[in-house]
Design a protein around this ligand. Structure first.
Ligand code: NZQ
Ligand code: ZN
Length: 382
């Protein structure tokens, strides 16, 4: 068992009807909030009205910052930073998925920073403080509601970068699985794959194979997602399925899985960020394409890890059968698993590899993940 430091200060309210506590909890933290949300799903579902009612009844003033797009962009973050400063808000409320929560985190950091917010993403500056963040999660997948990470796309540079900083842990997150009943089947599947790969990447890269607790936690999360994602895709209003997926997603990237297993590394994520940056595809869809290819490329180097993955998650005797079963599961819930399924031409592989290499350098993975290695992995995505 590797030594570790584990810190996670997020207060989670999970279950049916937890939103009833939203107003009071926000009021404990601030008097005026920036209410951040996406492209309109919360208005269609009626959640917007409930949030407004909660804030009003608790006497919390609010200013809206809407229109956060999936794969959120820097220009919109900068608008949010300006608004937060101008309006002198003292708390940020994010109502949505990973995109909304990530943008809220970037605004929370930018609003009290002396530098431009993008400097944090290029590691030119470190986040030392941030406005407090409250989240209401509407789609399972990224785990942003329970971690200190965020990912933003710089449209000018065509760069999708991410980092983690402790001041960016949400103070409070509200997780009501019922709020995810309206998530369409494709987004449900992408979210499930995202959460699954947060665990499978750690499982297949861990330094320590002889620690039962992290291995057991990770296997349980992966098997639970494999079991319940197809149910949620077919039966959107199945509470059990939505609840299992929601809690798995939050646990998958909250830090608990790699305690005792070694440092977090996410090489398939690193390559996927370039697919989202260049083609604006959903993060989970990109991961469904890259992750099996990464596993095939690493078959010899991660033999024991992948054997355990095949056996303990998919009940298969060989690595090949395990990876095939993983790919088949993703296809069965409607994910693309090859570049061509997402209309990405194989002739773009060199361009994608160059783009991903920037992140490889920033994340300290470039000793192994050179442009050529990334290209070879992408070749297996054809
Ligand atoms: O924008 P709206 O109208 O709200 O619609 C969204 C969006 O179109 C819709 N949606 C969300 N909740 C819904 C709903 N539709 C109906 N009913 C609901 N209840 O779903 C679409 C996708 O939303 P989005 O927030 O983009 O999805 P997700 O949660 O997958 O977030 C993806 C972003 O998070 C980043 C990804 O890179 C991507 O930019 N990630 C963040 C991480 C983190 N902070 O730790 C880690 C991840 O690895 C990931 O990189
Ligand atoms: Zn992810």
């Amino acid at each position: 068992m590797k030594g570790f430091r584990y810190y996670n200060p997020v207060c989670v309210h999970f279950g049916k009807g937890v939103l009833e506590r939203l107003g009071k909890e926000v009021a404990k933290i601030g008097k005026k909030c920036l209410f951040v949300y996406g492209m309109g799903s919360i208005k269609r579902t009626g959640l917007y009205d409930k949030v407004v009612e909660q804030l009003k009844s608790a006497g919390v003033e609010f200013v809206e910052h809407s229109g956060v797009k999936p794969n959120p962009v820097l220009s919109h973050v900068r608008e949010g930073v300006e608004k937060a400063k101008r309006e002198k808000v003292d708390v940020i409320l994010a109502v949505g998925g990973g995109s909304v929560i990530d943008e809220a985190k970037a605004i929370a950091a930018g609003a009290v920073a002396d530098c431009d917010v993008w400097d944090f993403f290029e590691f030119k500056a470190a986040v030392k403080k941030a406005l407090p963040i409250v989240t209401v999660l509407t789609i399972s997948g990224t785990g942003s509601e329970m971690n200190a990470g965020l990912v933003i796309t710089n449209e000018e540079k065509q760069a999708k970068f991410g980092f983690r900083a402790e001041p960016l842990y949400p103070r409070v997150s509200f997780l009501d699985p019922i709020l995810t009943f309206t998530v369409p089947p494709d987004q449900t599947a992408y979210g499930a794959v995202d959460a699954f790969t947060h665990v499978s990447e750690v499982y297949c890269n861990r330094e320590e194979l002889g620690a039962d607790v992290p291995a057991g936690i990770m296997e349980t999360i992966m098997k639970t997602i494999v079991k319940w994602a197809p149910v949620a895709v077919k039966e959107p209003n199945n509470y059990r399925a939505r609840a299992e997926l929601m809690w798995c997603s939050s646990l998958a990237l909250c830090g608990i899985t790699w305690c005792g297993a070694g440092e977090l590394t996410l090489p398939a994520h690193m390559i996927e960020h370039s697919l989202s940056a260049i083609y604006d595809i959903a993060h989970g869809a990109g991961l469904a394409i890259v992750t099996p290819a990464w596993m095939r490329y690493m078959k010899e180097r991660r033999k024991e890890h992948l054997k355990q993955f095949a056996k303990n998650v998919f009940g298969k005797d060989s690595i090949d059968e395990g990876i095939d079963a993983f790919e088949e599961w993703m296809r069965s819930i409607g994910c693309p698993t090859r570049l061509s399924h997402a209309n990405i031409p194989a002739s773009d592989i060199p361009k994608i590899a160059e783009n991903a290499y920037q992140l490889s350098v920033l994340w300290g993975l470039s000793d192994f993940y050179t442009v050529d290695v990334i290209k070879e992995i992408l070749e297996l995505c054809r």
